[in-house]
Design a protein around this ligand. Structure first.
Ligand SMILES: Nc1ncnc2c1ncn2[C@@H]1O[C@H](COP(=O)(O)OP(=O)(O)OP(=O)(O)O)[C@@H](O)[C@H]1O
Length: 319
């Protein structure tokens, strides 16, 4: 009897402690919790996301990298509200991306997220000028009408085009601009309604390196000056090595990440140091880097050894 009471009390205590714990990612702007996306084409199933965990805090500038087919675009489409995951949870700025109805989804895409795609032609309406493209999302959102509203929208358009270095393009059609200019105007369009999250899927993929750098600098400015949280998918190693956080996606899961920090030494000299981490998912799983596993011949199982402040992983030499 005493034992049962103790056990019940203990169970209640544990349940209460669990309830009091903040929910996973409670303080994050983007929460992906065991996200799964399965595509079925011609009877064949493809698991594009296989339980992906990712937290992004407000104000971060994060690069997503990974081999072709690892699931980066699938993740971006889900966060953009264009696709719905098969299972798991995804939240952006408190919006549950699995539970949204059609109208809420439309509002989410208009007000909460902005996106820029790799194909320049996909980002802008070809028959509108840069200024008209930028004003359009604000007009669609509605709000204050009349002359005051129009003036406010024109002002925001001017500020955005100036901040992104394309004010000279304001009266040009997309075909009268270079690829890099089009992408920077696309950024202005994406930022028009002041989204909390800006998604850019390979925005520099079709550009030469100079234009690519200008687009990346514009993204960085949006992050620093407007405080917009930015997630950018890139194969460009220059971009990936310049952001403070680079997350690698492998086989539909986040596998590792690099964080860069500027440190000042005793002489006041600034250096940027990079720290490489392996992702530990919510179930405690981690993916060993493929090259580590190959180098030590780690297959099927590994020996674990718990030390005071670290864990050793060794190949199984007992066979
Ligand atoms: N609509 C779809 N129907 C069927 N399979 C799909 C669909 N979209 C993506 N996939 C598959 O899901 C997997 C992940 O694709 P995804 O485009 O997300 O990868 P990625 O990392 O963005 O690749 P890349 O760097 O080449 O753009 C791939 O195997 C892809 O073939």
């Amino acid at each position: 009897m005493t034992d049962t009471t103790t056990t019940l009390t203990e169970l209640e205590r544990r349940a209460a402690a669990r309830r009091e714990q903040p929910a996973y990612g409670a303080d994050a702007l983007v929460v992906c919790d065991r996200l799964v996306r399965i595509f079925t084409a011609d009877g064949v199933e493809v698991q594009a996301l296989q339980g992906l965990d990712l937290l992004v805090r407000a104000g971060e500038l994060t690069a997503l990298v990974g081999a072709s087919g690892s699931g980066k675009s699938t993740l971006m489409n889900i966060l953009a509200g264009l696709d719905v995951p098969t299972a798991g949870a995804a939240r952006v700025a408190g919006r549950d991306l699995l539970a949204m109805g059609a109208r809420e989804r439309l509002r989410y895409r208009r007000d909460v997220v902005g996106f820029v795609w790799q194909q320049t032609a996909r980002n802008l309406l070809p028959y509108l000028t840069a200024a008209q493209n930028t004003v359009l999302p604000m007009t669609l959102r509605g709000g204050r009408g009349g002359r005051a509203g129009a003036r406010r929208r024109a002002e925001r358009c001017r500020d955005l085009l100036a901040m992104l270095g394309v004010d000279d393009c304001r009266d040009r059609l997309p075909r009268q601009m270079s690829g890099g200019q089009q992408q920077r105007v696309a950024l202005a369009v994406a930022l028009a309604n002041g989204p909390a999250l800006l998604l850019a899927d390979e925005p520099t993929g079709e550009l030469d390196s100079v234009s690519g750098q200008q687009v990346f600098a514009a993204l960085r400015r949006a992050n620093e000056e407007l405080g917009t949280t930015v997630m950018i998918v890139t194969h460009d190693t220059a971009v990936a090595s310049e952001v403070s956080r680079t997350v690698a996606v492998r086989d539909g899961r986040t596998s590792s990440e690099v964080r860069r920090r500027t440190e000042v030494d005793a002489e006041g000299q600034e250096t940027t140091r990079a720290y490489e981490f392996v992702t530990l998912d919510r179930a405690g799983r981690l993916q060993l880097p493929a090259e580590y596993a190959a180098r030590l011949g780690l297959v099927d199982r590994a020996l674990l050894e718990l030390a005071e402040d670290h864990v050793k992983v060794r190949p199984d030499r007992t066979a």
